[in-house]
Design a protein around this ligand. Sequence first.
Ligand code: AQP
Length: 344
Amino acid sequence: RQVVFSGIQPTGVPHLGNYLGALRQWVKLQDEAAPESTLLYSVVDLHAITVAQDPARLRQWRKEMFASLIAVGLDPKRSIIFCQSAVPAHSELMWILSCTASIGYLSRMTQWKSKLALPDNVSPLDESSKAKLRLGLFSYPVLQAADVLVHRATHVPVGEDQSQHLEFARNCANAFNHTSGKILVPPETILSPAKRVMSLTQPQLKMSKSHKNPKSRILISDSRDEITKKIKSALTDSISSITYDPQQRPGVSNLIEILYHLDAAEVRSCHELAHDYKDLSMRAFKEKVADSIDERLSSIRDKYESVMHDANTHWLSDMNEEGSRRARASADATMALVREAVGL
Ligand code: AQP
């Protein structure tokens, strides 16, 4: 039986990278899943507090994230949509997994280094890291492993930035099963074709909700005008003609990739797509990209607005409560076996 799990941090309205790299895949899995399969999608607020957050803003972001999940097409009747902090078993399993997780393995993860802007070869025990590194940020992959394993998920759709964490989750499951019997399920990664959508202003970085420059990302709630402005100001180059070359022309190649993932049915590759537009000026090409983004996002944006309006009538919190109740039932079934195996 297929059990799909994935999560997203409530750190702002999702952007085009979250949508193409993850949320679109979540909806596809939901729409194509066999009736007996279970789908769990979580707003992972415990992950969001690995960096400092303002409590009122975090609460607002959580609401916006639930509205976004409905806006992109998730159906709370079919998928279990819930808030991570409403299911304490995630934290309990994290503790149990932490008792055997290797610090050496966690040290090699890149996320804590990139969040703290530290070089890739740094160790958590270096003076430069010790001053900045918090335990929660360092052990984040253990909580992420618990998120997946506590529901015995078989498949986890994520963007490329999360694949090393999934490898770690499989490692945790195998280590646990080795000593305690076959209880946890090592999950398979489902990598979206849009592995890494890059920032519009610094195309060497991935598009990110928490990057300080709002022009670096397109939000799923952006108006046509905002989309056009952001794409117009996206960093490209002054070479005439449109070509796909991610090494030499990262800015324009990112726009080609975005277009490719939006219109994938029509062309076979990014090179082929670039060839179709080779004679356009950069300005005209950017207009085409903005039009395609707007065409895809317009119905999502409308739905988002209407759900946020409905949120005042407690519809979103009722949905969250029902999702959390179903998620607790799923997690508690695993935890009964885990506690028994560990001797608790
Ligand atoms: N730029 C991206 N391209 C493709 N996929 C992406 N994802 C994130 N950024 C891109 C995928 O979106 C899902 C949810 O991510 P998350 O919110 O849990 O954490 P994140 O990867 O840290 O995303 P952000 O937007 O960069 O958030 P902040 O700024 O808060 O850290 C994941 O499946 C991720 O792979």
